[in-house]
Design a protein around this ligand. Structure first.
Ligand code: NAD
Length: 368
């Protein structure tokens, strides 16, 4: 079996971390008997430098023709980079919004997993952490309040602003189906989060998710109000497997959930459309402050590559092998500076060894 992977290294630390993710993917492919054919694409600042625009139509076409897209991150330092003297629609981030729209990526997945070795970075108490937690937030990405009609008017000297929260049942159904499919690859529990005690859109959300649930008798569906969910995430995060929610609630809850894991360099993400095609990227940005120094943590990108194998290629065993390799490397005490307990002295007082970007990639690849 051979798969076409579009690779967008991007800007800043993007190329360094993507290189390590590809290294790990190559080892997994060889071990589990499939081939990966890469096409490297320019986006963001790297594309502006060559093409004058952050994303070309050719790049979009090439991404659409692939089985999955692996991305680093895009953007530069807004204060110093010449990219930010361009019109907003020509800046690096405009490329990101355009590719998400062009690929119709309506489902955003953000896992929040607490590695035992990184418990110290978790801001929750030991009692709350307990045995740890492992959840994924499935957020609707193209509807709701962020895309509804909006206006600001002045009536009798008083300014009034209106935003509209709109969802139709088809938009809810397709994201619910994604959440149930993902739950089938995990612990088979979906917690749908809404505000059904107040909002009509949430009542429709609840009724459509119940309809979808009938097609997934093996998956347990529960409902939770968003205010309660915000509390439960810091009170008892272990109760969650898949959290399914609309755009704005997901925006807030996914940041909350990822921060309780405590380490930005570890957070992967995926954005999916109705086909198997997805865009996989770390949750963090291009970190221009540390670019080119071989100190960036490549693990978020490596874990995004594992998600690519699981959700776009259905190569679950290879995905498991990469995730286990990451766990193993952490267990053996290897850390990049950002996740080292004492800020990166070569030999940490707790016996951990601090390594650079390339070495971390090599260590993970060896353990796949
Ligand atoms: P950032 O996530 O790039 O960096 C925040 C801090 O975390 C920095 O101190 C950085 O050094 C550190 N950091 C981030 N990733 C790390 C890693 N893998 N290993 C070690 N340390 C890491 O956020 P920012 O500084 O606000 O943004 C920088 C640029 O990235 C901006 O141009 C922004 O627009 C862009 N950005 C892009 C994306 C994306 O491509 N999806 C997302 C967020 C920000």
């Amino acid at each position: 079996m051979s798969y076409k992977i579009a690779v967008i290294p991007g800007d800043g630390i993007g190329p360094e971390i993507v290189r390590q993710a590809q290294r790990v993917l190559d080892v997994a492919a060889a071990k589990f008997g499939f081939e990966l054919e890469y096409t490297e694409l320019l986006m963001g600042g790297a594309s502006i430098d060559v093409n004058g625009v952050p994303l070309t139509d050719e790049t979009i076409a090439a991404a659409k023709a692939s089985d999955a897209v692996l991305m680093g991150s895009i953007g530069g330092d807004a204060k110093t980079s010449p990219w930010y003297r361009l019109e907003p629609q020509l800046r690096p981030e405009a490329g990101l919004l355009k590719i998400r729209k062009s690929l119709n990526l309506f489902a955003n997945l953000r896992p929040a997993y607490l590695y035992d070795e990184l418990r110290a970075a978790c801001p929750l108490s030991e009692e709350v952490i307990g045995e740890g937690f492992d959840m994924v937030i499935v957020r609707e990405l193209t509807g709701g309040l962020y895309f509804g009609a909006r206006k600001t008017e002045v009536t009798d000297g008083v300014r009034t602003a209106t935003d509209t929260l709109v969802y139709n049942e088809n938009e809810i159904r397709r994201i619910a189906v994604k959440a149930f499919e993902i739950a089938r690859k995990r612990r088979k529990q979906v917690c749908s989060v809404d505000k059904a005690n107040v909002l009509d859109s949430s009542r429709l959300w609840r009724s459509v998710t119940e309809e979808v649930a009938k097609d997934y008798p093996d998956v347990q569906l529960t409902h939770m109000l968003v205010d309660n969910c915000a509390m439960q995430l810091v009170k008892d995060p272990a109760q969650f497997d898949v959290i399914l929610t609309e755009n704005m609630f997901g925006d807030i809850l996914s940041d909350e959930a990822s921060m309780v894991t405590g380490s930005i360099g570890m957070l992967s993400s995926a954005s999916l459309n109705e086909t198997k095609l997805g865009l996989y990227e770390p949750s963090h940005g291009s970190a221009p402050d540390i670019a080119g120094k071989d100190i960036a943590n490549p693990i978020a990108t490596v874990l995004s590559a594992a998600m690519l194998l699981r959700y776009s290629l259905d190569e679950d065993e290879a995905a498991d092998a990469i995730e286990n390799a990451v766990k193993q490397v952490l267990k053996e005490g290897y850390r990049t500076a950002d996740i080292a307990s004492r800020g990166g002295a070569e030999q940490e007082p707790d016996g951990c060894t601090v390594v650079g970007t390339q070495k971390m990639g090599e260590l993970i690849a060896e353990r796949v």
